[in-house]
Design a protein. Structure first.
Length: 323
């Protein structure tokens, strides 16, 4: 549908919502915010905004609809204005909806990350010497020592003295990878492509070598618990980086700077969620994954359940809420 036709079809609804908002912004009438046709109008305009963004309509139209949505959100949720309520709304609606909106880029990012990971993993089982194409002998020895079945704590950095120190280390490590992958999109997507491919190969190389030398159980029992959060965060960071790159390569009706700003503004919700996933991954990695007291079967069960829950979350949560 062309923009002019789209505007003509929905102009009346936008004007109706503007009248409602003007009415509700009068202090004595704010209590009526959740009555009448206002909630339905608000949800419809939210949908119109999502369509306008997806079809790359003019910034003027997108900005108008965005202002309406923001004003409507303020009134519709004015009884839940606290930070906690905003976080809950983000988790239960905004984040999974934004991921679904970018499903094409998420799929491409997944292919660029998991494809090399699985390829090098299988290749090392056939030709073990391939591990040295990415890692030197010292790195290989260090990795083997971290996942040796005889160690007291799996994945332990030998210079760290406590789980809390490791928690901080993992947060910094995870978020730095996510940021590099996202920010690489500014280089017309080339940086993002590099970090997705490199991290996929690097992780697959480590996993393939540890399986080859017989350290499968220590390694997989360590990564099972936090891998869903950590790896999906990398994939989503890749999707946001690719979005920046696509905005620069194909800005359509906008200038490259306008397209970049638009893509960055649209991606900010994903960035918040990516940070949350990385912090959760770091918490599990520090306090759960490294423990040798837990039976590997328990770790596998928990890890598999978390993968299933996280995938279900992105596929199903927020579908009945306004986008």
């Amino acid at each position: 549908m062309k923009q002019r036709t789209f505007e003509k079809a929905h102009q009346q609804q936008w004007e109706d919502l503007e009248r409602w908002l003007s009415h509700l912004e009068q202090p004595k009438k704010q209590k009526q915010a959740n009555s009448g046709q206002f909630p339905q109008l608000y949800r419809q305009v939210c949908q119109h905004l999502a369509v306008a963004r997806d079809r790359h309509y003019t910034p003027h139209l997108v900005e108008r609809l965005n202002r309406l949505v923001l004003r409507g959100h303020q009134h519709l949720y004015q009884t839940k204005t606290g930070l906690t309520a905003k976080i809950i709304h983000f988790i239960l609606a905004d984040f999974p909806q934004r991921v679904r909106q970018e499903w094409r880029l998420v799929g491409l990012s997944s292919l660029l990350f998991f494809g090399p990971l699985l390829t090098i993993f299988i290749s090392i089982q056939i030709n073990p010497a391939l591990v040295y194409s990415l890692l030197d002998k010292e790195q290989v020895n260090m990795i083997e020592s971290m996942y040796n079945p005889a160690v007291e704590r799996l994945g332990r950095n030998r210079e760290a003295d406590s789980d809390f120190e490791m928690f901080g280390f993992y947060i910094q490590h995870n978020i730095s990878i996510d940021f590099q992958t996202f920010a690489g999109g500014i280089l017309f997507g080339i940086g993002t492509l590099f970090f997705l491919l490199f991290n996929g190969l690097y992780i697959g190389c480590i996993a393939g070598h540890l399986v080859h030398v017989g350290y499968s159980e220590p390694f997989f029992s360590f990564v099972a618990g936090h891998s869903s959060f950590e790896l999906i965060a990398i994939v989503l960071a890749g999707a946001t980086g690719l979005k920046l790159g696509m905005a620069l390569i194909a800005p359509r009706r906008l200038t490259r700077l306008q397209a970049l700003r638009h893509a960055a503004n649209h991606s900010v919700y994903l960035i918040y969620g990516i940070i949350g996933l990385s912090v959760l991954a770091a918490f599990l990695e520090a306090f759960w994954s490294s423990s040798m007291a837990l039976d590997p079967l328990i770790k596998y069960s928990v890890g598999g359940t978390l993968w299933l829950l996280l995938i279900s979350y992105f596929l199903l949560v927020g579908r009945n809420r306004a986008t």
